[in-house]
Write a protein that binds this ligand. Structure first.
Ligand code: BES
Ligand code: MN
Length: 649
């Protein structure tokens, strides 16, 4: 199969280089989608052949159909009255169907024993046709362009009928592998050829504006579903949340299913094939959210989104249900799935259901659905912007290793008056062990973790203090520029400790204590190596021979993106347009998205664009998480513009 845009002339010359397979005529079968221009192409090819001095006849299968419903008898008619005679070197003879009188004409139409007989409109996937034809050609066309041609050609009343016809045709071609089996695949036009091309910047602005209220309603609907993938939670909301996402994607005309591997949580994949010649863009987000933590710290119900001062408050309103909705908004802006569908790219939407719990089944999901997820550009809407009003492309993310460390000193608690002073208690041991993780300046003191330098961006200390809500007098830890501490040096946070609660604690030496640690890895580090280093460190530094057990929770590799090349230019131009002329900055983030490294390993050629809805005040993972609605509108527009720009690459 040749993929390309061979002109009729090239094809004509190529056809004439070889003798007929049988009989005296070379047979060329042409098929393609309605609106691909089969008739026009057959005429062009005939002209090109005539110019080469060849004799040509053309048979249109429409002339052999017995009306609209005839899908079967025409084939026999074609065989017996055209193909068989020609094969044995005789002229063909058939009765042409009169579409107005709705009957076959009495008059006989002759198929001449020409050098080439072109048969237009016959499935190039049929085995019998492939055996007989000297050349099979399939014409591909972007769906939107095909519709434009059909609208210009046929009356408006025919459109509903054509819609059904085209659907059947698409299914038939897929089942028959018509396009793949053709010798020559020709694209008869690109989206950019349309007289009503995909949408202009201004049209997209208006379209996003038009879609935003519905997008907001759907965002709130998603945000009411408490889908949390952490161990110990009720997982049924994750099923509902996957179902809700799937419905949204189906609404955009995507062929959608909910997938999972083993006891992994449900992910959603929606696919819309690329118009011929256009790239495919994978749009990533996750539908699971973080646990809400201490409910008393929330100013309103985490799962009942409410707007205050231009922000929408609720768990997942930003991270990452707004990411899901940015994708939906962009697709809707192009009318994806409607009869006026102008989506200029192929889309694969992948919405994960366990990102916040470390994406355990992700490598297997990627392996299983590798072909479905294959794409040229991927947009990960799960990061954020540099500031309100300043867009950003995220070009590095830290990796992560979460683990537990448990220390044991006694079989059970014993009277602290009787044993204290001679038996170390588990909390002493754990505390001492945890203090070995950092030096006095607060830098990570575990040997062997990677550290690198960060982008020359200035993150003023005042701004950082304010955005994070640090209390008066508390000093920053670590050394080096703030962006380095956050993005390109390792960090170890003690997330939780299991120990007796203070209220009601007896006077007893504590036998066991357990901490949960989260290690953020600098770009360039490796999650498996880092876990081994951590485990060795914790086992080595436990005081007084206490027993130590280190267990793994989940991990993800860090990533650095070389954000140069056309896809990145396309993204930056889209951002600048959406933020009314403000240039985007390249940022790193200290958080992790395990999907990116895994995806990049599978598809090293794809360009990865890490975007997102978060702003410095979003408080993702904390109480009172929120989404800045004004910025969200810009994110949606930027994504739509990005798809438009990528289509033109
Ligand atoms: N949206 C975040 C990643 C992120 C964090 C981007 C900060 C930009 C700034 C993502 O959903 C997340 O929180 N990931 C987890 C991953 C982990 C559980 C493997 C994280 O970083 O804790
Ligand atoms: Mn998150």
């Amino acid at each position: 199969m040749k993929l390309g845009r061979n002109t009729a002339a090239e094809l004509a010359a190529e056809i004439m280089t070889r003798p007929p397979r049988s009989g005296r005529s070379r047979i060329v079968a042409i098929d393609g989608q309605s609106g691909a221009g089969k008739t026009t192409f057959a005429a062009e090819l005939a002209t090109a052949l005539l110019e080469l001095g060849a004799s040509v006849d053309v048979v249109h299968t429409d002339d052999l159909l017995d009306g609209w419903d005839d899908q079967f008898t025409f084939w026999e008619r074609l065989q017996s009255s055209v193909l068989e005679p020609l094969q044995s070197g005789e002229a063909g003879r058939y009765h042409r169907y009169d579409w107005i009188a709705e009957r076959f004409e009495d008059e006989v139409t002759i198929v001449h024993i020409a050098d080439v007989v072109i048969i237009e409109g016959v499935s190039t996937g049929r085995a019998a046709m492939r055996q007989r034809a000297d050349r099979t050609v399939f014409l591909g066309v972007p769906d939107a362009l095909a519709w434009e041609r059909l609208k210009a050609r046929d009356p408006a009343e025919a459109m509903p009928f054509l819609r059904v016809w085209k659907e059947r045709e698409t299914r038939h071609y897929a089942a028959d592998h018509t396009a793949e089996l053709a010798d020559v695949l020709i694209t008869t036009g690109r989206i950019s050829d349309m007289t009503t091309p995909s949408l202009s910047v201004e049209e997209l602005r208006a379209a996003v504006e038009r879609e935003l209220p519905g997008v907001r309603t759907d965002l709130e609907r998603l945000a009411r579903i408490p889908g949390i993938a952490f161990d110990g939670f009720d997982f049924t909301p994750l099923e509902r949340s996957a179902e809700a996402v799937a419905e949204l994607l189906r609404g955009c005309g995507l062929d959608t299913r909910i997938v999972r591997i083993g006891d992994g949580h449900p992910a959603v994949i929606g696919v819309k094939p690329a118009p011929p010649g256009a790239p495919t863009v994978l749009l990533y987000a996750h539908h699971d959210v973080q646990p809400v933590g201490d409910l008393s710290l929330w100013e309103s119900d985490p799962f009942e989104p409410v707007e205050r001062d231009g922000r929408l408050y609720g768990r997942g309103c930003a991270d990452d249900k707004a990411g899901v909705m940015a994708h939906v908004a962009a697709l809707r802006a192009f009318g994806s799935g409607t009869s006026d569908d102008r989506l200029p790219v192929g889309a694969v939407v992948f919405v994960e259901g366990e990102e916040e719990f470390g994406s355990a089944s992700l490598p297997d999901l990627l392996a299983e659905y590798k072909e479905t997820l294959r794409s040229d550009v991927i947009v990960i809407a799960d990061s954020g912007n540099w500031d309100i009003g300043v867009p950003a492309l995220t070009t590095s993310l830290r990796g992560i290793v979460n683990l537990f460390v448990e220390v044991k000193v006694l079989e059970q608690a014993v009277h602290s008056g009787m044993a204290g002073g001679a038996v170390p208690d588990a909390l002493m041991v754990l505390s001492r062990l945890l203090t070995t993780l950092h030096d006095d300046a607060g830098d990570v003191a575990v040997d062997g973790l990677v550290k690198t330098g960060a982008a020359p961006l200035d993150y003023p200390e005042d701004r950082f203090r304010e955005e994070t809500g640090m209390l008066e007098g508390v000093q920053l830890v670590g050394t080096g520029r703030i962006v380095e501490r956050l993005w390109t040096k390792p960090a170890i946070s003690i997330l939780a400790i299991d120990a007796p609660p203070t209220s009601g604690a007896p006077n007893a030496v504590v036998p066991t204590a357990k901490a949960k640690l989260s290690v953020r890895l600098a770009p360039g580090d490796d999650r498996r190596r880092a876990y081994a280093i951590m485990k060795a460190h914790l086992e080595k530094f436990a005081s007084w021979g206490a027993q130590v057990e280190v267990t793994f929770e989940h991990d993800g590799d860090p990533i650095v993106i070389d954000a140069t090349g056309p896809a990145y230019d396309a993204a930056r131009a889209a951002f600048k347009e959406a933020w009314d002329g403000t240039e985007p900055v390249d940022i790193g983030v200290g958080g992790s998205i395990p999907f990116i490294a895994t995806f990049k390993e599978t598809f090293p050629e794809a360009s990865v664009l890490v975007t997102g809805v978060e702003d410095p005040y979003a408080k993702a993972h904390g109480p009172n998480e929120s989404l800045h609605l004004g910025e969200f509108a810009k994110v949606c527009l930027a994504e739509a513009l990005l798809l438009r720009n990528v289509a033109a690459l």
